[in-house]
Design a protein around this ligand. Structure first.
Ligand SMILES: [Fe+2]
Length: 417
């Protein structure tokens, strides 16, 4: 058993043990006379949890957060612990999520609710009766933030341990879209409490429709982003497949580029951009005719001049799409060289964006290790030698070095020397 595996199991065990103890304590504290309230909110919580929105990177998002906050303030910490723990467990069991997920999700909800509840009680004025907005707004905001932070951290640690990703990167993955967006739902929890306290208790349910509307809009927004990306990548795949020699080329380039980026210690967002750019770097070949693309021999000067337009064409196609705006330069400059003899602009050294320099190495290696109409593929070792030979002239030395480390590590995995 590896150290990472041991850490994962230990963390899983500790979180679930704490979750179980908290739940047992919550069960002991149940007010049996109010069983109908527990039942009602467990059902509502379960239904909400059963409609999660998948985020880009492993995480999921539901709108149970404002509900948990409202339950915490109206009925107290143990009520919230019981309802959220049981509700998430039932939704996971119904969703056939596997016992590990059922246990862990339930535990992280219970721990988050308990810590947030403790923070809220600690910060609230000792004589507070009911909910007084002026006095309890600060404790509420801090408790809401604590709830999200604890919840998010517990999940990110397990993702980091399970996937072998540094914790900092796992935290950054969905931070913006998850925590910040979710935090904006906190006022709805607050409104539920105010409606409960100052009008008829049932009126808090009036907030369910706008909550659902916000949830559905968010889901639609994420779907649109995903669909735009999928469409463009499918198009890129079609272009790869026009030439049997380049099928899956872009997927491999994306894979190499991400690995190099990770090896260079680039921030998570940039590694993700490298993967996205790799998938579409040759999109501009859509405007190159089959005669040139599939020519079984060297290109004439005129044909090569035409071929050299593909980075700019790719750039033009991707420009209107918001999701590609930060990596347009990677696509535009992926054929530039360190010595300034590349195209389209003949940039040199550091004038070439780092992402484009990474793509150039990934692209160069895959091109050399793939068959072409006019030559056979080089072996991996031969292509590596070629990269080293052109280190500094064509390719960025730091990127080549990172690629060599990736290559060496992968060789070890494959059992090669
Ligand atoms: Fe290219």
């Amino acid at each position: 058993m590896g150290v990472q595996d041991l850490r994962f199991k230990l963390y899983f065990l500790i979180v679930n043990l704490i979750g179980l103890l908290i739940f047992l304590y919550a069960v002991i504290n149940i007010d049996l006379e109010q069983w109908y309230l527990y039942l009602f909110w467990v059902i509502i919580f379960t239904v909400i949890e059963m409609r999660p929105i998948s985020l880009n990177n492993k995480g999921k998002f539901t709108i149970s957060f404002p509900l948990s906050l409202a339950l915490l303030l109206i009925y107290g910490t143990w009520f919230c612990v019981f309802v959220s723990g049981l509700g998430s467990a039932i939704s996971d069991i119904r969703g056939k999520n596997g016992w590990r997920k059922v246990l862990f999700n339930g535990s992280q909800f219970k721990i988050s609710a308990l810590v947030a509840g403790a923070v809220y009680v600690k910060l609230s004025p000792p004589a507070a009766k009911g909910f007084v907005l002026n006095e309890q707004i600060v404790p509420f905001v801090v408790a809401a933030f604590t709830y999200l932070a604890v919840n998010y951290l517990l999940v990110r640690v397990i993702i980091s341990l399970a996937e072998g990703i540094p914790l900092f990167n796992a935290i950054k993955m969905d931070l913006k879209i998850s925590v910040l967006f979710e935090f904006s739902f906190a006022p709805i929890g607050l409104l539920m409490v105010i409606l409960y306290e100052y009008t008829e208790p049932w009126s808090m349910l009036l907030l369910v429709p706008p909550l659902l509307l916000a949830r559905n809009s968010f889901e639609y927004y994420l779907k649109l982003i995903k669909q735009a990306r999928t469409t463009i990548e499918l198009l890129a795949d079609v272009i790869d497949k026009r030439d049997p020699y380049t099928a899956s080329h872009s997927t491999r380039v994306a894979d190499y580029a991400e690995k190099i980026g990770r090896e260079m210690g680039l921030p998570y967002e940039q590694v993700e951009k490298l993967g996205m750019a790799g998938r579409v770097h040759d999109l501009g070949k859509i405007a190159i005719s089959d005669d040139i693309l599939q020519k079984p021999g060297r290109l004439s000067d005129e044909e090569f001049a035409k071929m050299k337009t593909h980075p700019k064409t790719g750039y033009d196609i991707l420009s209107p799409l918001e999701i590609y705006k930060d990596l347009l330069s990677y696509v535009l400059y992926h054929h530039e060289r360190m010595d300034g003899k590349g195209y389209p602009q003949g940039l040199n050294s550091d004038c070439i964006p780092l992402g484009a320099r990474v793509l150039a190495v990934a692209d160069g290696f895959d091109a050399m290790t793939s068959d072409r109409p006019y030559r056979n593929a080089k072996s991996g070792e031969e292509a590596v030698k070629e990269l080293v030979k052109n280190r500094g002239e064509q390719f960025d030395p730091a990127v080549v070095d990172a690629f060599l480390r990736v290559w060496e590590k992968e060789g070890q995995t494959r059992g090669e020397t």
